[in-house]
Design a protein around this ligand. Structure first.
Ligand code: TRP
Length: 347
């Protein structure tokens, strides 16, 4: 988006689509992240006015090592740029570079019942995983609501696990408008969740207790990194859990991790071709894994080369983030002005 375009987008141009999404800086991105979200983010950022930010404030709920946080933050930016995010098309920036996020969050806290937050599915899950139940974790969804509303976001591309957070955001938008806005002049549009998870189920490299493939997830340690390469990549792919079927017997494609992963990369024709091979006697899981490996290498070859190039230009990456934040902030400030006026913070 050009600067003049950004300047023309009045806060009340709410009819047009404004895409907003936060990205967790949680370490090396994997195929599950790619097919589950990143690919669609990259697609969406070209089609609409869009604000994508790395949520380092949210990350404080789980990362308390400054070096790690810095590193993960820059790494996600590198990943997105390498995978095709074009900073001329939309804003990519770091959440904490736009302080209006936290400023709006404070105002929204006062419209949020604590009981609602205590019932949060994600909050309860994170506590079960051992995170400290501090106020940051409890209030996480309110900051997320501020992230979205501060840009007048209308569409939020997220995984299905974020549904409840978007519900809270919608309620806060309505509540703010009801409490503070003049009748037919609402401050915030009520955003829609654009759920991405259904697009692709990405199995990891292992199976659960019942021998069924399970979701690729960092917490299961069954991931294949988008930027893994060489031996590391090969070891992961060749190590994918499969049934043991004698080479002479046909292999089932249903419930096979390798085939499910192949499906993500191959077009219909190629899928049929490989499914056919699965039924033949001279084709085993080793062969299928080699095909998968070649597909992964092929799919990400360009992004990997680009990432190496970007790694040599950390100043360029910082510039992109800084400019992204500047542009985003212009919009955030206009919303914040309306909020201050509506709430009575200006005097
Ligand atoms: N909670 C989201 C996640 O875990 C990340 C996030 C933070 C977010 N702020 C957001 C997503 C705003 C969408 C919009 O994935």
């Amino acid at each position: 988006m050009s600067e003049s375009q950004a300047a023309q987008q009045a806060p009340d141009a709410a009819e047009s689509t404004v895409v907003v999404s936060g990205i967790q800086p949680s370490g090396a991105l994997h195929l599950g992240n790619y097919f589950g979200a990143i690919r669609q983010h990259i697609e969406l950022h070209r089609k609409h006015e869009a604000y994508f930010f790395i949520v380092n404030y949210h990350a404080l709920t789980s990362v308390q090592d400054a070096e790690v946080l810095r590193e993960h933050t820059l790494n996600v930016a590198l990943d997105y740029l390498a995978l095709g995010f074009d900073p001329d098309e939309a804003c990519l920036f770091v959440q904490s570079d736009v302080p209006e996020h936290t400023e709006l969050a404070w105002i929204l806290y006062n419209l949020t019942p604590v009981s609602r937050l205590e019932k949060g599915v994600s909050y309860k899950e994170k506590i079960a995983q051992g995170l400290a139940p501090n106020a940051g974790l409890l209030n996480y969804p309110v900051l997320q609501a501020a992230d979205i509303l501060i840009y007048g976001g209308t569409r939020v591309p997220v995984g299905a696990d974020q549904k409840q957070h978007i519900e809270i955001t919608r309620d806060l938008a309505r509540r703010f408008n009801r409490v503070y806005a003049e009748g037919d002049d609402p401050v915030f549009p009520v955003p829609e969740a654009h759920i991405l998870n259904d697009v692709a189920v990405v199995p990891g490299t292992d199976r659960d207790d019942q021998g069924r493939p399970r979701k690729m997830s960092k917490s299961y340690g069954n991931t294949i990194g988008i930027f893994d390469e060489g031996e590391a990549l090969k070891d992961k792919v060749m190590g994918i859990t499969t049934d043991s079927v004698p080479l002479a017997d046909p292999m089932p494609t249903e419930g096979d991790n390798v085939f499910s992963l192949i499906k993500l990369f191959a077009d219909d024709e190629k899928q049929n071709e490989i499914a056919e091979k699965y039924r033949h006697s001279d084709y085993g899981y080793g062969h299928a894994k080699k095909e998968l490996l070649a597909m992964i290498e092929d799919e990400f070859a360009e992004a990997r080369a680009r990432r190496k190039e970007l790694e040599q230009r950390p100043d360029y990456v910082r510039d992109v983030l800084r400019e992204g934040a500047q542009q985003a902030r212009r919009r955030a400030k206009r919303y914040m002005e309306r909020v201050r006026e509506a709430v009575g913070l200006n005097y």
